[in-house]
Design a protein around this ligand. Structure first.
Ligand code: GLU
Length: 477
């Protein structure tokens, strides 16, 4: 890749909540810019006013900030390419429409949707690919003026030059060639006067000095059209890279129906931003380092050439894996806020609790559950724990409770004494203790948890277990 300042962009059309496919596009473009200490632009593509949702544009900026995907130019902060909402750029587009039309590279098209549909039908039944038949391409200025006088509003069509080839080197797919004879003239301004996506997107990339565009494979066939527009305007096109789409369980592109959740949903569920970043960065891009990486490290090993051209399957288990890694790596101060445990833990104990349970916590609610189990009243016993307690028997817990009352309340001392006095060992020793002290048969390493609990709670829980095993625990039965 050349060393001129790299400038990338994320150019969403905010019609709904940002989903993981869009977000990966944002991330890859950001990583490419960060990697080269270039610039990352956020541009809001809102020319389709019927589908545009201003709240979606707000939400996606919030989502990106939450992930740390900061941009150098964009709607809120401005920059040399301002404005960054395409809707505010109509006057600028008008000049370029005029230029194309006066050069003969674009012409007004009065064809109705019905006429176009009939032409497509005829082409299909003749075994040809549907393409604009060129009806208005040769309309004289007088004919066009007459149609206008009849009150017909024309669209503006780009005149694709005949007999040429458009070539470019795609970052991911390599050499690409398209024959212009396979491309029909296409609309760049709709009959209602709004600018079409193919045009605004290509023009703004050039005007904003974008050097590299990473986007989904579904845009690959748009690229030759966009390059033709820029050639006609003598503007420079960016380098493109078209990446394999993310698909859901059913093999269809990722959407709400097959597993994609909005970023806001995932945040609400307790996912940490670095989990999402590490997961997304590895969908369709390979990293040699399999540890949790921060944004800077993700950027420094990012290479467009390492992006896969094949579709990648969305796998929620991978996201869970990165969440577990993120919880293990985060600071205790941050996790106690994330878990929301301050009110459940005596002053001064929150960080220790976090460190004692984090390996067994994926979502904040689980952290609160452990905080209550350790510091709250005697925890409820699940069916497995009750069974473990019953099969250890009342005597086991009576002896254990006595040991605790004698002062053996620290985990290691307690285990030694209970082992010596009951003869239990291995699973037969640890499982009943775990069940009695935490109410569960699975969970974090016991020693730090029990030592945080403190003597009084240890004694009370062992006594309760002895009543449960003897079947005399009134309120529990
Ligand atoms: N607004 C377009 C989209 O969201 C941008 C495509 C592109 O990245 O060029 O699909």
């Amino acid at each position: 890749m050349s060393t001129d300042t790299v400038k990338t962009r994320f150019a969403p059309s905010p019609t709904g909540a940002l989903h993981l496919g869009n977000l990966r596009t944002a991330l890859f473009n950001a990583l490419l810019a960060y990697r080269h200490r270039g610039r990352f632009v956020l541009r809001i593509e809102d020319t389709d006013r019927e589908r545009y949702r201003p709240e979606a544009a707000e939400a996606l900026q919030r989502d990106m900030r939450w992930l740390g995907l900061d941009w150098d130019e964009g709607p809120d902060i401005g920059g040399p390419g301002a404005p960054y909402h395409q809707h505010d750029r109509s006057a600028l587009y008008a000049g370029y429409f005029h230029q194309l039309e006066s050069q003969g590279d674009a012409y007004p098209c009065f064809c109705s949707e019905r006429e176009l549909e009939m032409a497509r039908k005829a082409q299909r039944s003749a075994g040809q690919p549907p393409r604009y038949p060129g009806t208005c391409a040769r309309l004289s200025a007088e004919e066009a003026a007459r149609k206008r006088a009849e009150g017909l509003q024309p669209a503006l069509r780009f005149r694709v030059p005949a007999g040429r080839e458009v070539r470019f080197t795609d970052h991911i797919h390599g050499e690409q060639r398209f024959r212009t004879d396979d491309i029909g003239d296409f609309i760049i301004r709709r009959a209602d006067g709004t600018a079409a996506y193919l045009f605004t997107n290509a023009l703004d990339d050039a005007l904003m000095g974008i050097t590299d565009v990473l986007r989904g494979d579904d845009h690959l066939t748009n690229t030759p059209r966009q390059m033709l527009i820029l050639q006609a305007l003598e503007l420079e096109a960016p380098r493109y890279g078209h990446m394999g789409l993310i698909i859901g369980d059913d093999g269809a592109p990722l959407s709400k129906r097959n597993g994609s959740r909005s970023v806001a949903d995932l945040e609400q569920a307790g996912f940490l931003p670095e989990a999402l970043l590490n997961y997304l960065a590895r969908i369709g891009h390979s990293y040699e380092d399999e540890r949790l990486l921060d944004l800077a490290a993700l950027a420094s090993a990012f290479e467009p050439q390492r992006i896969s051209s094949a579709p990648s399957r969305f796998d929620f288990d991978h996201l869970r894996h990165w969440q577990d890694e993120a919880v293990l790596a985060a600071s205790a101060q941050r996790l106690r806020v994330w878990m929301g445990i301050d009110a459940l833990v005596p002053p001064g104990y929150a960080d220790d609790l976090v460190n004692a349970v984090r390996a067994n916590v994926r979502y904040p609610e689980e952290g609160r559950d452990w905080a209550r189990r350790v510091f709250g009243p005697e925890p409820d016993l699940d069916a497995q724990a009750r069974q473990a307690i019953e099969s250890a028997g009342a005597d086991f817990f009576t002896l254990a409770a006595q040991a605790a009352e004698e002062g053996y309340t620290r985990f290691r001392g307690l285990v030694e004494v209970v082992k010596a006095r009951t003869g239990a060992k291995g699973k037969g020793l640890f499982m009943p203790l775990r069940a009695a002290l935490t109410g569960r048969c699975h969970g974090p390493e016991l020693q730090p948890v029990v030592d945080l609990m403190g003597g009084e709670r240890v004694i009370a829980r062992l006594r309760r277990a002895s009543r449960v095993a003897a079947g005399t625990n009134g309120q529990e039965e």
